[in-house]
Ligand binder design. Structure first.
Ligand code: FBP
Length: 553
């Protein structure tokens, strides 16, 4: 296999562990902290997790290893969307497992949780794993979005574990996957299988974080990758001085990615979905807000700019969510066939006009035709509109264009507006992990094995103090049930890890809020450049602005 020069070098990189894990397995001891309780709905969560609720928070320290010597056969699963550093979680897990006992075994279940159900796996060896050290992607075993959530699935999982003598499963995933990890851990405990379950916090979206988990892995590298590209575009915009760039960035729901990129690059506009919802902004108000920046800059002779749009924003616009709900209703069941049989868009438009309320029709009517059609073409397997596929960067540039036309009529704007569109998502999910993600992920995996070795079940691998150098990081574990509350999902009350949205009173948003008026008019762009893997720590080991601001740095 031919590999790039960078990959060749990265294979040799030694990820940094927290200081307390550096002295070798024989010198890692555990310190138990307080008993825990869930963040809300304590009685309900306790009743649903009688075997795993209320366990103690733990941290590792330097000292005599007192874990029971036992052969470990561990299965690992990569779940959901790719995030840079996933391979290093597997490598850290493997290295700790083999350092403890060469007889220990690590299996990788292929293509996500379905690999466990289908008993489709690979056994890791030194030779195999060494090809993936410090590389991006999840291609080492593949990933998938099958949800492990039913008793039937858990029973199959228990059978597969029994067949291979598996002692523990490590699930590397986001909030949903780790919620499912907690339920699986409870099932295994309730059925005395002896199999432990440990989770690791992954997602580029950055929405798996709370008072215990400072950030999910992958967020650092993905946002640095997007920020490099946005910075390059800003410099192009400032050179050519003729385009407005509308850039959608990934993040299915929360706007952490968009906000971090804005903090890194200081664009003219960055929408924050959580603020849109809080202020109940309409599409028209958002368009006016962007148009103001376009017009003010034009008045200063700058017919160019950059606007960042979070992927999930339209779902946070109240009137748009009502429209989506009405469209889902309009096409429910057989009505979809009736709609699809209509020969022309004109006929379809009349059908829509007939079926929507006056208010929703007014919202629908201002959308560009391509977006109107997208709402009816892109359906998920349940027949619902696939909101994530809506090209919101094009939607907002079209709405802004219409606003500017109106302003031209009234003589309040006389600039030029040439928009270009971009979507940065998949570009960042499999980048070579930054040193931060390489180190953090390796530590998460290594630490996950220590949790297994010490017999913990239903815990999330936890590395904290992350804004400091790795030497000062703190390794430990937190019962997943501590992060849970009850939420309504698909008509049922379910125990879930609470998804972290951008907090409007949090320091990262406050910083952005304090500067955005200036950025909207001035050209205050900053150019972060490419991720640096070699060189001074001041550029190679920096974490995100979000984490630094949250930590008051
Ligand atoms: P996870 O929550 O599984 O980490 O995935 C997040 C994400 O990358 C979102 O940002 C994006 O909306 C989604 O996955 C895309 O999913 P897919 O890879 O299935 O197209």
């Amino acid at each position: 296999m031919s590999i790039s020069p960078l990959q060749k070098e990265r294979l040799q990189y030694s990820p940094k562990l927290p200081g307390m894990l550096r002295n070798g397995i024989a010198e890692i001891c555990v310190k138990e902290g307080e008993e825990t309780k869930s963040v809300a709905d304590q009685e309900k969560i306790k009743a649903l997790f009688p075997n795993t609720y209320g366990k103690r928070e733990i941290t590792f320290e330097k000292g005599q290893n007192t874990s029971a010597a036992k052969k470990q056969v561990v299965g690992v699963i990569l779940s959901g969307g790719q995030a840079p550093g996933g391979h290093n979680v597997v490598c850290g897990l493997y290295d700790a497992l083999k350092a403890t006992d060469r007889e220990n075994v690590l299996y990788g279940f292929k293509n996500g949780p379905s690999g466990l159900l289908n008993d489709d796996y690979v056994e890791f060896t030194d030779e195999f794993i060494d090809q993936y050290r410090n590389t991006g992607g999840f291609d080492i075993i593949g990933s998938g979005r099958t949800k492990l959530e039913t008793e039937e699935q858990f029973a199959v999982a228990a059978e597969v574990c029994k067949k291979h003598g598996i002692t523990a499963i490590v699930i590397i995933g986001g909030d949903d996957s780790n919620t499912n990890a907690a339920v699986l851990a409870e099932f295994f405990a309730a059925h005395n299988t002896g199999v432990q379950v440990i989770g690791c916090p992954k997602t580029i979206d950055g929405d798996l974080k709370n008072e215990d988990i400072e950030c999910s892995f992958g967020f650092d590298t993905a946002t640095k990758t997007y920020s490099e590209l946005i910075g390059n575009i800003e410099r192009d915009a400032n050179s050519a001085k003729k385009y407005w760039h509308f850039i959608k960035v990934m993040g299915r729901s929360a706007s952490h990615v968009a906000l971090e990129c804005a903090l890194e690059t200081q664009p003219n506009i960055c929408l924050v979905s959580e603020e849109v919802a809080e202020k109940k902004m309409s599409l028209s108000e958002i368009a006016d807000y962007i148009a103001d920046s376009v017009a003010n800059r034009a008045a200063n002779g700058m017919n160019f700019g950059v606007a960042i749009i979070p992927e999930g924003v339209v779902e946070f616009v109240p009137e748009f969510s009502v429209l989506i709900a009405e469209i889902n209703e309009l096409l429910a069941g057989a009505k979809a066939d009736e709609f699809n049989a209509l020969p022309t868009w004109k006929d379809k438009y009349a059908f829509i006009e007939n079926g929507l309320t006056k208010e929703s029709m007014a919202v629908f009517a201002i959308l560009p035709e391509t977006i109107q059609q997208q709402l009816f073409l892109e359906r998920d397997p349940h027949g619902n509109v696939q909101v994530s596929l809506i090209e919101s960067e094009k939607l907002f540039s079209a709405l802004v264009k219409a606003k500017l036309e109106e302003r031209k009529q009234t003589g309040t704007y006389s600039g030029k507006f040439s928009p270009l569109h971009h979507f940065f998502g998949y570009e960042g999910r499999c980048a070579f992990p930054s040193n931060f993600d390489a180190d953090y992920c390796y530590s998460l995996g290594y630490n996950a094995f220590m949790l297994i070795q010490y017999g913990y079940n239903g815990y999330l691998s936890k590395i904290s103090n992350l804004s400091k150098p790795a030497e000062e990081w703190v390794a430990g574990g937190m019962p997943i049930t501590k992060m849970m509350n009850m939420e309504r999902r698909h008509g049922e009350d379910k125990p879930v890890i609470r998804k972290a949205l951008v907090e409007l009173d949090g320091k990262p948003f406050k910083f952005f809020e304090a500067h955005r008026a200036e950025w909207a008019v001035e050209t205050a762009y900053t150019y972060p450049g490419a991720i640096q893997y070699y060189g001074p720590a001041s550029v190679c080991d920096i974490t995100t602005r979000t984490l630094a601001l949250e930590k008051g740095e």
